[in-house]
Design a binder for this molecule. Structure first.
Ligand code: A2P
Length: 319
């Protein structure tokens, strides 16, 4: 397994287990099995509404002697309703309590979007707080405070475009070390990758397999399927592996952390093994050419009618 190194020499396993969409009653088994088979990086968030179960699995793995806390890399995120500086700590404390942990390895601002305290997903424009009322610089100050308190080892961002990171950087005392974004061969975001590499910001790719288990109602009928893409299928055949494994290997080859979600033991194992598949330069070049700037996570919810946020501002220009 490859690791990505932080400035202080801490190392994050490049492959982690995603837990978004892993339901209650199934995520315990997924996390437990994953750790048992060798996963050491788990990606969490309070909005996934399963951190209590994830935490129980981690606790039981440690109690059973399968792993030590310091061998695990646990990431979680600050939800949009906790963006005011004084609400960062309470948000983190809830997550730590649910995960049954004393510290996180990595804590991310989940979205550059603010919601009123107590809001999960917004139901109307009334649930939003416009960016001028809680500038993201203020949220970042709260992130820096919990870093200084030793409750998290590293802080970063999620769903931030290049322009948003660029405008945040001058006000930071501690720079963001990670940006977690949707990334796969249909959304390669080459400009963002170059920018993050230049600024030593590690990227993590969410929905690397195309988020095929998103609710049908929010999935467009004409959505392209990475598993049907001839280029991916051809390379998978050459390596005698399945398309999911090529998608994971592609991210690892680009030194981008990748967090495929699975609640199935066989697929968890396939995904873990995929981190060791080496692709040739020719294969990487062919995959580079199938980019189509396609998002499986459209972000439309944040730009609902009357919202102070727009999709143009949210996604910027990362390609
Ligand atoms: P399951 O949890 O039943 O394994 P993403 O990480 O892009 O959000 O994708 C998650 C989706 O991909 C889930 O539906 C998950 O199903 C499925 N999946 C995960 N690993 C594999 C695999 N190796 N082969 C096929 N499908 C997979």
């Amino acid at each position: 397994m490859k690791y990505l190194q932080f400035k202080n020499k801490d190392k994050m396993p490049i492959l982690g287990l995603g837990t978004w969409k892993s339901g209650k009653g199934e995520v315990y088994g997924a996390v437990f099995e994953a750790i048992k088979m060798g996963y050491r990086h788990i990606d969490c968030a309070p909005i996934y509404e399963n951190e209590t179960e994830v935490g129980q699995a981690i606790k039981d793995c440690i109690a059973d002697g399968l792993v030590k806390r310091e061998e695990l890399w646990i990431t979680s995120k600050l939800w949009n309703s906790n963006h005011s500086r004084e609400n960062v700590l309470p948000g983190l404390e809830k997550t730590l309590n649910d995960l049954k942990l004393k510290y996180l390895d990595l804590f991310l601002i989940h979205w550059p979007v603010s919601l009123k305290p107590g809001t999960g997903f917004p139901k109307s424009a009334n649930d939003f707080i416009a960016p001028e009322y809680i500038p993201i610089e203020e949220t970042w100050k709260g992130m820096e405070e919990v870093l200084e308190q030793g409750l998290v080892r590293h802080i970063g961002l999620s769903n931030f475009n290049l322009q948003k990171i660029e405008s945040l950087l001058p006000s930071c005392t501690y720079l963001p070390e990670v940006n977690q974004v949707e990334m796969h061969p249909f959304l390669q975001q080459k400009k963002l990758v170059e920018f993050c590499n230049w600024h030593q910001i590690i990227l993590t790719a969410y929905s690397p397999l195309g988020s095929r288990d998103q609710k049908k109602m929010i999935k467009p009928a004409d959505e392209p399927d990475l598993f049907d893409e001839p280029v991916i299928l051809g390379i998978a055949e050459n390596h005698r592996v399945n398309p999911a494994q090529i998608l994971i290997a592609w991210s690892v080859m680009r030194n981008i952390s990748v967090i495929p979600k699975s609640v199935n033991k066989d697929r968890l194992m396939q995904n873990l093994r995929a981190a060791d598949i080496l692709l040739t330069q020719d294969e990487l070049d062919i995959i580079s050419a199938i980019d189509r700037n396609y998002r499986y996570v459209s972000g439309k919810l944040w730009a609902m009618s009357g919202s102070p946020y727009s999709l143009e501002d949210l996604w910027g220009d990362n390609e």
